[in-house]
Ligand binder design. Structure first.
Ligand SMILES: Nc1ncnc2c1ncn2[C@@H]1O[C@H](COP(=O)(O)OP(=O)(O)OP(=O)(O)O)[C@@H](O)[C@H]1O
Ligand SMILES: [Mg+2]
Length: 419
């Protein structure tokens, strides 16, 4: 690259450095050396992109998993795909990427710029066609287009994603998620959806007394390519509070490995613009699937009880999420079945987990069982401290500023239970 061109870059980059978004990650596929050098120089001088890697072959024979592995996880924002070495293989690779990870923008790069070549690239999923040698301005404009599309998507996807995971089984995770969801929808008129992500024996539908399930969440994940509003509708169950639910399977899912790659992320992307809150009832496991939800969520609630084994698991979970670079601020610990006479006090727990307990939900088994058996948390507001505590929690996250809520009269007990 000659000095004149570098100077040109430097002058231009002062304009592009006004870019304020997160850099878009770029992978180069079969780029010739000159284009590769150009791309790296471009990336070095503008904050808008970060070059992640260079893939040396088209490998269009690969399955979706292999493609994802080749591009790296999470998938890049942009692939710069050189068409010159083998146009047919490049076109097939573009099609593969487009089908497997539709969120990735593909820029075709080629020294042929006949209309038929451009059309061919567009047909197989490329959104830009950059003629060699790449024009810096053209690349910069294409990057800006992708950046603003990504920002638009983020702005649209406004549902807050709240994930719930127990420190271990039986801590009350489903009780929290179902009641909080019903209260957000019923008392605070929020459009809320609950997803039960238990592959085996999820309870959310049962706790809301929505027992006539037709399809479950994993069937939705298996069919993301058919996703539209009508298809989604066939999965939704509606609780009297207004809360919508996509239930877990009634038994065990046999086809777990067959889930298309990116299915969960794509499904959440589809759902987020349609709701204000999406609550996810997660099984207590530190696996890839849960991690994908946790990465995506706005808030993770770790539900524990005041038992040594559960609190020890919270410490392990916090350590695990720290090692996975999940920001600590988005993890909140909820102490369920709280009672002053618990063997472990809330203060001892806070010391061990090295953070404040976000919410303390009182222990009252008969009330919770009654709520579950009637399937209607809202109806229990007058006579269950547990439901009232959860209503305060729902108010904290869901009360619209200055809005009249459908809250029932509070009761002096509330202040006793929280914080
Ligand atoms: N605050 C509470 N006070 C008393 N009992 C409670 C409370 N919260 C939940 N329970 C009871 O604890 C039991 C377990 O609750 P729940 O099913 O919500 O837990 P979970 O963490 O979802 O369990 P699983 O691991 O089976 O999914 C239920 O019988 C429920 O009634
Ligand atoms: Mg549960």
């Amino acid at each position: 690259m000659n000095t004149m061109l570098e100077n040109d870059f430097r002058n231009a980059s002062s304009r592009e450095s006004s870019y304020t978004g997160e850099p878009l990650s770029v992978v180069g596929i079969c780029l010739d050396d000159e284009t590769w050098r150009f791309l790296n120089l471009f990336a070095g001088l503008t904050p808008s992109i970060r070059v992640r890697s260079r893939v040396a072959s088209y490998r269009s024979d690969q399955d979706q998993d292999a493609i994802l592995e080749q591009l790296g996880q999470p998938a890049p924002d942009i692939c710069l795909l050189d068409f010159d070495t083998n146009r047919r293989a490049a076109a097939m690779m573009a099609e593969r990427i487009h089908a497997s990870v539709p969120g990735v923008a593909i820029f075709a790069v080629s020294s042929h710029n006949q209309p038929s070549a451009i059309l061919e690239a567009m047909r197989c999923g490329c959104s830009e066609y950059l003629a060699k040698p790449i024009d810096r301005e053209q690349l910069a404009n294409a990057v800006v287009r992708i950046g603003s599309r990504r920002k638009e998507k983020r702005d649209q996807s406004h549902a807050q994603l709240l994930a719930f995971m127990g420190a271990k089984g039986g801590c009350g995770t489903t009780t929290m998620a179902t009641q909080l969801g019903a209260l957000l929808a019923g008392s605070f008129s929020r459009k809320a959806l609950l997803l039960d992500l238990h592959p085996d024996f999820g309870d959310a539908a049962l706790y809301l007394k929505l027992t006539k399930t037709r399809y479950h969440f994993f069937e939705l994940l298996e069919n993301t390519d058919r996703m539209d509003a009508d298809f989604l509708e066939s999965f939704l169950m509606r609780h009297s509070s207004g809360l919508e639910l996509i239930p877990a399977p009634e038994g065990s899912v046999g086809t777990r490995d067959a889930l298309p790659p990116g299915a969960l992320a794509n499904t959440l992307d589809f759902l987020r613009p349609r709701y204000e809150f999406i609550l996810v009832d997660l099984p207590p496991a530190l696996n890839e699937e849960n991690l994908a939800v946790v990465r995506d969520c706005d808030q993770l609630y770790l539900v524990t009880v005041a038992e040594v084994s559960a609190v020890r698991n919270v410490v392990r979970q916090l350590e695990y999420f720290r090692s996975m670079d999940i920001p600590r601020e988005k993890i909140r610990v909820v102490l369920n079945r709280h009672h002053k006479r618990n063997v472990l006090t809330a203060e001892q727990i806070e010391k061990v987990i090295e953070q404040k307990i976000f919410w303390r939900v009182p222990n009252h088994y008969p009330q919770v069982v009654k709520t579950i058996s009637e399937g209607d948390p809202i109806a229990q507001l007058a006579n269950s401290e547990v439901t009232r505590s959860l209503e305060q929690w729902a108010a904290e996250i869901g009360e619209k500023p200055g809005a009249e809520t459908k809250k029932k009269e509070g009761g002096g007990l509330l202040g006793l239970w929280n914080r």
